[in-house]
Design a binder for this molecule. Structure first.
Ligand SMILES: Cc1cc2nc3c(=O)[nH]c(=O)nc-3n(C[C@H](O)[C@H](O)[C@H](O)COP(=O)(O)OP(=O)(O)OC[C@H]3O[C@@H](n4cnc5c(N)ncnc54)[C@H](O)[C@@H]3O)c2cc1C
Ligand code: FES
Length: 356
């Protein structure tokens, strides 16, 4: 189903730490089916901030069985949306909220017995705590280990909630805090989660019962380091799931590499909700999402950086290439899915559908 925005009322804005709030939404009963989600998925929020439309994605930290839609937003320096959420947004306000999306997700199965390892750092805890709650409540035979990196104890988002989970599921949840600026009494738990630290944690906590899956969310370097460690410890790449919050190729940091392949002119058709938008594009020109949006198509998108997969569509005819892809799984790419914010035609004719 194509993700869609609806105006949804903010039920609560709760201060979680000095620089983060969580926001709960009052999803009306007639929309709740459309807002059904799996743990790990995110909502995209849209607001007018200083006369500019700003869209940002936030992972749901609630779990589906809680019948709640809650996200947490950490304030980043000079951040448009995160500052608005932390300083201005209040209960009773209305935001445009897109229906849930995302590939970083878990489907619980009550009859399964498995071990899941979850690595989070900072605000990366949001999808991780949702996954933990789902596994602990919906899979009575499975166990969970959470490795949670932060600077100090006071900066730990959802500290009480994760500690509460540990007390409730003492025999099935291991919670391992790692702090970079405070001591927890052992060198293993001090520092940043890098390759070496992840190797040490694997040896102590995971080696004897290698997890079926690992979910990692946090700063890019931490994600890459944990992945490298898990692979070098024998885990299969398919068992390792990553969620990035920012695009490593953010043009604000460095320009994306210039395309130097064949130059192809193409007639591109974009299909959304049965409507068709025709474009004439070049393989080294504007991306499909931007070009189609200019013709009036209200396509779903959020990050425009190849990270979130809100703009995912399927190639029905022809070929396309992507500048970057941090969101689609290899099997989705093989099945013809593209991120339209990163996609350009590679054949004379290209048909792309948001409806499949
Ligand atoms: C799938 C997905 C899920 C996400 N889930 C969450 C979540 O649960 N909680 C959450 O707080 N954020 C989450 N994010 C990040 C969020 O969407 C925004 O990028 C973030 O809140 C910053 O937006 P902003 O408008 O405040 O900053 P902007 O105005 O976009 O950026 C301001 C400056 O901050 C830098 N910056 C942007 N994001 C970050 C960051 N995360 N850390 C450090 N510097 C940054 C930018 O490079 C820029 O220089 C998620 C992102 C994605 C793609
Ligand atoms: S809008 Fe996020 S990947 Fe395209």
């Amino acid at each position: 189903m194509t993700p869609k925005f609806h105006a949804v009322k903010v039920k609560e804005v709760r201060q979680e730490t000095e620089d983060s709030v969580s926001i709960a939404f009052e999803v009306p009963a007639d929309l709740q089916e459309s807002y059904h989600y799996l743990s790990g998925q995110y909502l995209t929020l849209k607001a007018e901030i200083n006369d500019e439309e700003v869209r940002r994605s936030y992972s749901l930290c609630s779990a589906p069985h809680e019948n709640e839609w809650r996200v947490a937003v950490k304030q980043v320096e000079n951040g448009k949306f995160s500052t608005f959420a932390n300083e201005t947004l209040k209960a009773g306000d209305t935001l445009d909220v897109m229906t849930p999306a995302g590939n970083f997700k878990i489907s619980p199965d009550a009859s399964t017995q498995r071990s899941i390892a979850l690595f989070a750092a900072g605000s990366g805890i949001t999808p991780i705590i949702s996954i933990a709650k789902t596994i602990l409540t919906q899979e009575p035979l499975s166990d969970v280990t959470i490795f949670y990196g932060n600077k100090t104890i006071s900066s730990i988002i959802f500290r009480e909630e994760v500690e509460g989970l540990k007390n409730e599921y003492m025999d099935r949840l291991r919670l391992v805090h790692i702090l970079s600026r405070e001591n927890l009494g052992t060198p293993l738990l001090k520092g940043r989660i890098d390759v070496e630290k992840a190797n040490q944690l694997f040896k102590v906590f995971l080696q004897d019962d290698v997890p079926e899956s690992v979910y990692i969310c946090g700063p890019e370097q931490m994600i890459l380091d944990v992945k490298e460690s898990m692979l070098s410890n024998g885990m299969d790449t398919k068992a390792i799931h990553l969620e990035l919050f920012t695009s490593p190729d953010d043009p604000k940091d460095k320009p994306a590499e210039k395309y130097e392949g064949p130059q192809i002119e193409s007639n591109v058709s974009v299909i959304l909700d049965g409507d068709r938008f025709d474009l004439h594009l070049e393989s080294d020109g504007e991306n499909i999402l931007d070009a189609a949006t200019k013709t009036g198509a209200d396509l779903p998108y959020a990050c425009k950086g190849g990270v979130c997969c809100t703009c995912k569509a399927k190639v029905m005819e022809g070929e396309a290439r992507m500048d970057v892809n941090y969101a689609l799984e290899p099997d989705e790419v093989a099945a013809g899915y593209i991120l339209t914010c990163q996609a350009h035609p590679m054949s004379d004719k290209l048909v792309v559908s948001f409806d499949d």
